[in-house]
Design a protein around this ligand. Structure first.
Ligand code: AMP
Length: 123
């Protein structure tokens, strides 16, 4: 998949649209999900143009990968969900249910989140 620079997270990175920022550094930006599925629902995105998890893991530099995942840990600490437990989700592609084609990590918590995957088909 070719990276589409008009996707909504690319526009947030360019400050064309606002977000509720949690943290940011050279490698990542974290903000609250606009449509939270749990009391805590944050998104962490890399600054680079990567379409999904696989693209990021294959093509990002080591510095970008370390910087991004250290950022995820920083955001978990800021959100205060480590002791109570949380879930990290990266939806990837059509079957993964990815809506925004810029790699992002969901961090969900604040309640028991239930089964990892629904057993009911959405098809
Ligand atoms: P995914 O299905 O993994 O691609 O998730 C995309 C997520 O982005 C969804 O949970 C949306 O609620 C969230 N989202 C979409 N637009 C925005 C926005 N402008 N600000 C914050 N979160 C957004």
């Amino acid at each position: 998949m070719t990276y589409d620079p008009s996707n909504i997270f690319a526009r947030i990175l360019r400050s064309e649209i606002p977000c509720k920022k949690i943290a940011e550094d050279t490698y990542f930006l974290a903000f609250h999900d606009v449509s939270p599925r749990a009391p805590v629902h944050a998104l962490v995105i890399p600054k680079g143009a990567f379409t999904d998890a696989h693209d990021f893991h294959k093509n990002a530099t080591s510095a970008e990968i370390v910087g991004f995942y250290k950022g995820v840990a920083q955001v978990v600490d800021i959100l205060g969900v480590h002791n109570s437990g949380f879930r990290q989700i990266c939806n990837c592609g059509v079957n993964g249910g990815q809506e925004v084609p810029h790699y992002h990590m969901h961090i969900l918590g604040g309640r028991k989140l239930g089964p990892m995957v629904s057993v009911v088909s959405d098809e």
